[in-house]
Design a binder for this molecule. Structure first.
Ligand code: SAM
Length: 287
């Protein structure tokens, strides 16, 4: 297994997974609008069976469960034990959603079992995405629908472009990640995304841009909201990873620079920052 994939998996099983648990409520509020757009694109019906890939703490799985109802079924799979523990802990007893720790790219999944393959930001971390989608397709019924939301490129996403730009010159020079390496922005290229899905055997692929303003920070005052946005950016996501092994001095300077960069964003008791995604739909061939 290539090194990059090992580190993505290890990261979600360890530190990133734990930090996501700590910030779960906030992250869910930030991601909700994007997940909702993907859910609307696939329009689950009562009684349908859904596979939610990279389900994290389960917010989307529970939303989907509400739509498919008691006669339906949602299987949320995630590689991160802390996040699946959280999903199980917050799930109401009567939900038709169940959660399983599994690597979706290789775990044994029931064959031909699901009407819908869904994901909210959980499918960009595979080392070999075509092989992973080919594997997950086997779990789908003929004619099943796919809908997921993923980030477009880093340059289009202000929530990462602004802080990453702000810390240039503070951190020692870093090799920029390969755009196609497993990670949050690896599906930024629309052409590549289409090739992955068609290569995995899906048809009717549509890839539509969807942008929304993300409530990044929250507080009683604008200052408190800015502090909150900075704290979160330093704890979760690409900047947190970049700062992980840095000294206190570098972290303090980075924090001040990120705060100044966020100060240009609108919001009264919040900091609203643009997020740019693709809403992707596709279909498993009927036979
Ligand atoms: C950005 S988080 C999104 C979590 C959740 N869908 C949400 O929106 O709150 C990405 C998730 O994908 C999971 N993940 C990464 N690689 C995976 C894999 N190979 N199989 C299953 N889950 C994976 C991570 O553990 C993480 O929970």
């Amino acid at each position: 297994m290539p090194e990059e994939d090992v580190s993505q998996i290890a990261d979600w099983k360890g530190q990133s997974g734990e930090r996501w648990v700590a910030y779960q409520t906030r992250l869910d509020a930030m991601m909700a609008v994007f997940g909702q757009a993907a859910i609307e694109a696939v329009a689950p019906a009562t009684g349908e069976r859904v596979l939610d890939v990279g389900c994290g703490a389960g917010a989307s799985s529970l939303n989907l469960a509400g739509l498919v109802g008691a006669g339906g079924h949602v299987l949320g799979v995630d590689i991160s034990e802390p996040l699946i523990d959280r999903a199980r802990a917050v799930a109401p007893q009567e939900t038709p959603a169940v959660f399983q720790v599994a690597d979706a790219s290789s775990a044994e999944l029931p064959e031909g079992a699901f009407d819908i393959l869904f994901s909210r930001f959980g499918v960009m971390f595979f080392d070999d995405p075509t092989a992973a989608f080919t594997h997950m397709r086997r779990a789908l019924k003929p004619g099943a629908r796919v809908a997921f939301v993923c980030w477009r490129g880093m340059a289009e996403n202000d929530w990462v472009r602004l802080p990453m730009g702000a810390i240039k010159g503070i951190l020692p020079p870093m090799t920029p990640p390969e755009p196609e390496a497993p990670g949050p922005f690896s599906f930024g290229d629309q052409g590549r995304l289409a090739r992955i899905l068609t290569g995995a055997g899906f048809t009717d692929v549509t890839i539509a841009p969807f942008d929304a303003s993300i409530p990044f920070g929250k507080g009683e005052t604008r200052d408190a909201a800015l502090d909150d946005a900075v704290a979160m950016t330093l704890e979760v996501g690409p900047l947190a990873r970049a700062l992980a092994d840095q000294t206190d001095d570098i972290r303090a300077r980075a924090s001040a620079a990120v705060r100044a960069a966020f100060a240009v964003c609108p919001g009264e008791r919040s900091v609203m920052i643009n997020g740019a995604t693709w809403i992707v739909t596709a279909r498993n061939p009927a036979s």
